[in-house]
Design a protein around this ligand. Structure first.
Ligand code: GAR
Length: 190
């Protein structure tokens, strides 16, 4: 299964996918990594592994992901032979041009038990809401923000002395196991 990974940040989930491939627990290959931030460490992680890594030109928009940029990304991914697109900390909303190019073939990982706490810094949202548990979710991407059919989900208790940092760190430990497992599940189902 040839993967294309899109991210905006440090890329620890990309690293977890690469580590699972190395360990033989995920039969896949990451063939391209794209980021909307030229300085995102996810690009460096890819380059260190010799994986083609490119910046997405969002035409100067800070948050928007214009249709022309989505179409350009779709053709870059197709050109690389990508069969499954993995959003790994990608913070722009995917819309029609990409969704149509990869129907039911785009996954996202989100640090909450969706549908609870979609959007930015979901672990902070959970703490501020006084929730006693949260977790993380891998789901298929549709046109909504952090919506679409759930592929895998895992719960985590919020501890009384949790801070935003400690909670996010514990969620990420789960993410790094869950995302490769969810990709393997999708890969073997097709
Ligand atoms: C992860 O916690 C991921 O779940 C979250 O961004 C972080 C990226 O970390 N994604 C979202 O909030 C999507 N709505 P990483 O760059 O180290 O993989």
């Amino acid at each position: 299964m040839l993967l294309g990974v899109l991210g905006s940040g440090s890329g620890s989930n990309l690293q977890a996918i690469l580590d699972a491939i190395d360990a033989g627990t995920l039969d896949a290959k990451v063939v391209i990594v794209l980021s909307d931030h030229p300085d995102a460490y996810i690009l460096e992680r890819a380059r260190l592994r010799g994986i083609p890594a490119h910046v997405i030109d969002c035409h100067g928009f800070r948050n928007k992901f214009p249709d022309e940029a989505q179409a350009a990304v779709a053709s870059q991914l197709k050109g690389a032979g990508v069969e499954l697109v993995c959003l790994a900390g990608f913070m722009r909303l995917v819309k029609a041009p990409l969704l149509h190019a990869f129907p039911n073939r785009i996954l996202n990982i989100h640090p909450s038990l969706l549908p609870a706490f979609p959007g930015i810094a979901a672990w902070k949202q959970a703490l501020e809401a006084g929730a006693t548990e949260t977790g993380c979710t891998v789901h298929q991407v549709d046109a909504g923000m952090d919506t679409g059919p759930v592929v895998m989900q895992e719960k985590l208790a919020i501890l009384p002395d949790d801070t935003a940092e400690s909670l996010h760190a514990r969620i990420q430990e789960i993410e790094h196991r869950l995302y490769p497992a969810a990709i393997a599940k999708i890969a073997t189902a097709n």
